[in-house]
Design a protein around this ligand. Structure first.
Ligand code: NAD
Length: 321
């Protein structure tokens, strides 16, 4: 059995590795070769923690396993990240545990890879201005991965507490790009691509704010009740997602779906676009929206990539199991 501890992930797996793994997974899901199993998420009644599993199987890559972990809100006081996760991979032929892989950084990388895949396949090719709404832990990964997909010329950022935007400004500086802290109105008025990555439970972007031709990657809403944009924006967009069932239950489309403003048949799995079964953006004036809800197969894909890279470099820790 192989162990890849959290501390080894940063030097092992790049954003580009995760992009490829996640893109391939979405395509495999569209071909019905890969399936996510029902998610378990429970309040454990201790340390105010939420704990659960996301699991699945990809018959093409033979990635089988689960991500186990959750949210421990008091971890920050202990110098630990509040989100904690570990990925377990199993041999699809025998069921034996193949690998245990630290899942914290990989979760951020696979989440950023999902919105990057959506930008690659759905944003206008001439997109020049990138807007980021939210400046929490995930935002920096989102920014880095997005900047690889188009030759952006400027980054705009908005956060409830603008001081936090410095972490995004510093990434933009590192990439030689101008960064501006702006109002939501200015961000929506100028950005060609907007990533929302907040933990909001109410619309941050209101009806009428989004310009025609914008690509929106809504990445923060991954739980029932969360919401980043008005349901009217969802209804007015062509909606793409990682998994339709999650999009209407825990994703950004849940509100428009509940209000009868969008039908499941209108929501396109992004894998269909990657596989060539759907054209994606049809018109430069169209608003495309990617509802990234986060699926277990993404975790298995990036953990499998980490294992292959560690084996190829001879850095994998192997133990008898
Ligand atoms: P974080 O706690 O580090 O940051 C939260 C951000 O949300 C901050 O910028 C904060 O200012 C902003 N925010 C909170 N409430 C807001 C409100 N009412 N209005 C506007 N902004 C508000 O969180 P994070 O780790 O960066 O994660 C951000 C979100 O992404 C969370 O909801 C998390 O669950 C989600 N997430 C999604 C996926 C996925 O696959 N889609 C994966 C990981 C995390």
């Amino acid at each position: 059995m192989i162990i890849i501890p959290e501390r080894d992930i940063a030097g092992l797996v790049s954003a580009a590795d995760c992009f490829m793994a996640v893109e391939q997974t979405f395509e495999s899901m569209a071909r019905k070769s890969a399936r996510n199993f029902p998610v378990i998420r429970e309040a454990i009644g201790h340390a105010d923690a939420l704990y659960g599993f996301k699991s699945g199987f990809d018959r093409e890559s033979l990635a089988l396993g689960l991500k186990s972990g959750g949210y421990w809100p008091h971890n920050a006081q202990k110098g630990l990240t509040n989100h904690q996760s570990t990925i377990f991979l199993f041999d699809a032929e025998t069921g034996r545990c193949r690998a245990i892989v630290g899942g914290n950084l990989l979760t951020s990388l696979r989440t950023a890879a999902a919105s990057a895949v959506s930008i690659e396949h759905l944003a206008r090719p001439d997109s020049k201005v990138l807007g980021i709404v939210g400046a929490g832990h995930q935002s920096v990964f989102q920014l880095r991965a997005a900047l690889d997909q188009r030759p952006f010329e400027k980054v705009l950022g908005w956060n409830k507490t603008p001081e936090k935007l410095e972490r995004l400004a510093s990434v933009a500086r590192e990439k030689g790009l101008p960064f501006q802290s702006v109002s939501l109105e200015q961000l929506c008025g100028e950005a060609d691509v907007i990533i929302t990555i907040t933990s909001s439970f109410g619309p941050v972007l209101a009806e009428g704010m989004i310009r025609p031709g914008t690509h929106l990657a809504c990445m923060g809403t991954d739980t029932k009740g969360k919401q980043e944009i008005a349901a009217e924006i969802v209804a007015a967009s062509t909606v793409f997602t990682d998994e339709v069932e999650q999009s209407t239950s825990i994703g950004e489309a849940q509100h428009a779906f509940r209000l009868g403003m969008i039908d499941t048949a209108a929501i396109v799995p992004i894998g269909d676009v990657i596989a060539g079964g759907h054209p994606g953006r049809r018109d430069p004036q169209e608003i495309t929206l990617f509802d990234g809800t986060g699926v277990g197969l993404q975790d298995l894909a990036v953990a499998s990539a980490a294992v292959e890279l560690a084996l190829a470099r001879g850095t994998a820790i192997e133990v008898d199991a």
